[in-house]
Design a binder for this molecule. Structure first.
Ligand code: COA
Length: 320
């Protein structure tokens, strides 16, 4: 038995912020942002929270799967922007759904968070500790952006995507994941500083900082390698895959990966144009997009790949 996805859902905040709008509040332009990233607009929260977006995405995934909240025995949320340090976003979702039989916890693997969640639940399923689970990738990244730093804030957005998985034959065929903590400094956001009586540092709630070129180099080398490893484990060729659903960080990264795999860009669906980079939520939002457009047929082989802060990466091959 492995984890098979049986329903998807997503939820984006109501407010849309275009590149043109950003160019009225900072020194940037639609031309700069779209030519370097492919991003045209992103959704940003006003009233919504990481938990409220997660809950709605989760409800939609459960409705599509035809699964009742009480049937869930696990809820995992991949996020680095939970509303609380504790309780976890997954516990908030559990309460909101009334999923009384589910154990709930978050995973922080940044943009690989949904993939790490899927691989984790797969391990639980394989050892018989879980049968039906709700996985969510959700972020309110706009809370941890320095809106005075045009080199980072224009890239990210808010939103949530979800998938219901069930223990079945087939499903997750092969996976690869890894971390390179030495490179963590290239994409970082410090937690609050310690203010205990022995330290008494200045209060500091710092914002996301990124060395864009280092992260770019990481993505265009590690991601194709990870995809090749997964294909090799499954005994398949790049052309056997119907769609490659990659983390939506930057169109140029996706183009570079497609080129290295020698696969047409048509097989790489895109949501970053209207969502920006939503970290752990990018892959499940894209999966829900593709699913709801009716682009997936039973038996299709799909690759999902997430990569980013940590630095971390995770790739898997699933059968629809
Ligand atoms: N608008 C206008 N100009 C901007 C800008 C903005 N939003 N942000 C930066 N610039 C300026 C810089 O100040 C710099 O100006 P200078 O040459 O006068 O110093 C110039 O644009 C070039 O900046 P640079 O950082 O060298 O641009 P780049 O070509 O490397 O592109 C990224 C920047 C972030 C788009 C690119 O590095 C990238 O895509 N990296 C991957 C990042 C990523 O995807 N991270 C998330 C992974 S999960």
């Amino acid at each position: 038995m492995t984890a098979r996805i049986i329903g998807t859902g997503s939820c984006l905040p109501e407010a849309i912020v275009t590149n043109d709008y950003l160019s009225t509040i900072m020194d940037t332009s639609d031309e700069w942002i779209s030519s370097r990233t492919g991003i045209k607009e992103r959704h940003l929260v006003k009233e919504e929270t990481t938990a409220s977006l997660s809950l709605e995405a989760g409800r939609r995934a459960l409705a599509e799967a035809g699964v009742a909240p009480e049937e869930l025995d696990m809820i995992i949320v991949g996020t680095l922007t939970g509303d609380y340090i504790t309780p976890s976003t997954a516990c908030e979702v559990q309460a909101g759904l009334g999923a009384v039989n589910a154990v709930a916890f978050d995973i922080n693997a940044a943009c690989a968070g949904f993939l790490f969640s899927l691989h984790t639940v797969n391990a639980y399923i394989q050892c018989g500790m879980c049968r039906t689970a709700l996985l969510i990738g959700a972020e309110t990244l706009s809370r941890i952006m320095d809106w005075g730093d045009r080199s980072t804030c224009v890239l990210f957005g808010d939103g949530a995507g979800a998938a219901v998985v069930q223990a079945q034959e087939g499903g997750l065929i092969a996976y690869d994941q890894g971390s390179d903590g030495e490179k963590g400094k290239y994409l970082a956001c410090r937690n609050r500083t310690n203010n205990n009586p022995l330290v008494q540092t200045e209060k500091n709630y710092s914002y996301t900082q990124m060395d864009g070129q280092e992260v770019y180099k990481f993505a265009v080398t590690y991601v194709p390698n990870s995809i090749h490893k997964v294909l090799e484990k499954a005994g398949l060729q790049p052309e056997d895959i119907k769609y490659y659903l990659l983390h939506q960080a930057n169109l140029r990264i996706i183009q570079a990966v497609a080129k290295r795999l020698k696969i047409s860009l048509d097989r790489f669906p895109i949501s970053l144009d209207h969502c920006g980079n939503v970290s752990a939520a990018s892959v499940p939002i894209l999966l829900d997009d593709v699913n709801r457009k009716g682009m997936l047929q039973k038996g299709d082989k799909i690759i999902l790949s997430g990569f980013g802060g940590g630095l971390t990466w995770g790739t898997c091959l699933i059968e629809w």
